[in-house]
Design a protein around this ligand. Sequence first.
Ligand code: C2O
Length: 550
Amino acid sequence: AAIVEHTFHVGNLTVERLGQRQVITAVNGQFPGPKVEARNGDTLLVRVVNNSPYNITIHWHGVLQRLSAWADGPAMVTQCPILPGSSYTYRFNVTGQEGTLWWHAHVSFLRATVYGALLIRPRPGVPYPFPAPHAEHTLLLGEWWNASATLVDVERQAFLTGGQPANSVALTINGMPGLSHAHKEMHHLRVARGNTYLLRLVNAALNYQLFFKVAAHNFTVVAVDACYTDPYHTDVIVIAPGQTVDALMHAGAAPGRRYYVAAQVYQSIANATYSATARALLRYDDDAKDAAKTIIMSPRMPALNDSATAQRFYGSLTGLLRDGKPTMPQRVDTRMVVTYGLAIAPCLPAQTLCNRTRGSLAASMNNVSFQLPATMSLLEASRSRSSGVYTRDFPDRPPVMFDFTNAAAVNRNMSLMVTSKGTRVKALRYNETVEVVLQNTAVLGTENHPLHLHGFNFYVLAQGTGNYYYLIRKKKIRKNLVNPQQRNTIAVPPGGWAVIRFTADNPGVWLMHCHLEAHLPFGLAMAFDVQDGATPDAMLPPPPNDYPPC
Ligand code: C2O
């Protein structure tokens, strides 16, 4: 195993897109940021030097951070931010992990432009569990604003008013919108005829789920969230913010043409109007030199709100068994039911623009609208046994069982909208196995929320639309206990539910939250506080010397 070292200089970068110049926050003067490449078993040392005017942290999305919770990155959860002029070195290993992951800022809305790919290949000499591709292409899907210099302010305003942050003006593929009128702002993928490529897709968008297609080409999905899947053949990939997909693509389309690669918004919410598409251009090595005579083929995209296509994709994935054996824990120690969704919360004293009688738009899990602590990170508070920073009373169940099968029940559901703000976490013993039923209450509109768990991959035993409690009573739920897909981010179906299971074999404090960035300041989050085990190999070491002070 090797040591992979990087230095990330975070600072201002002037970028021109769509005819306007913007000053954005970026790493090493690159947008998107540098690609980090490692092999299973390697140790990463990434020194982050903050030359920007903002507080910064970097999260290694999907890295399990076994016994290295101090390097996970979410601000005020596992660390205080790196202040302007300061630095911090993230040290962690990627043992036992293979596939496409990514890194992003995890403080305010800075991940809008501070993100990049993190690729973990198998150990030297170890093949992929699928036919070896000839080469690979990494495609980071993102968003672009014509107000990027003020993104931090946009978020502050959104939080104070309980409103939505500004919509982006375009989607991007590797930082390029690829709109028809601006071909120079388009990412090009070159392929050799007859070869097979591994596409490594990351959805780094702040707020949008995406459909991804390439005209006249199909995919074989082989991994999601850096967890291998059984090969799944499809012509469309569905990917929520935070998720990654590894897919093989054979370059065998008709010669004499070029092909658009497209990422388009998938809107699960009713009456949605934002319908952006980003494009890249796929070109063959035998491409005619005379571009003017070449026809460019466009993929036929699903409708903006095609939830059936999204559910078919997500519901068809199964996990690849290692040596034919299920790895999922069959025993369950703790069962939780977590309802979540948008809601109304009373104003905080600091919320000057909040409506004092109505409260502000908020979001919650089990009626707790999550607040980050202000004085020290949750992990520091947990390890130093400080009191007054958080409480360990996150409820295992919602106050009423969510049910929309009859009118009286629907009325009771309204109580799920009245939340209280708090920093409440769920304490877990080391190695406890937890099964969580996630139910989207959809009281304030049906929307698909991608929930991301830090520190663990979880098994997805079942998922669907509607009401879990109704369906389980009717015996209509079948859990996959043999080869469920593993993920770190699940796009729970709009107005629907999912059942996930994981083993708490990693001491630390681990955030679970909606990866639609707008919903994090609303409080759509909670955290697990996992205790140390009894032996040294199950204990979190003390924080590194350069751990940022508050
Ligand atoms: Cu990719 Cu908590 O985030």
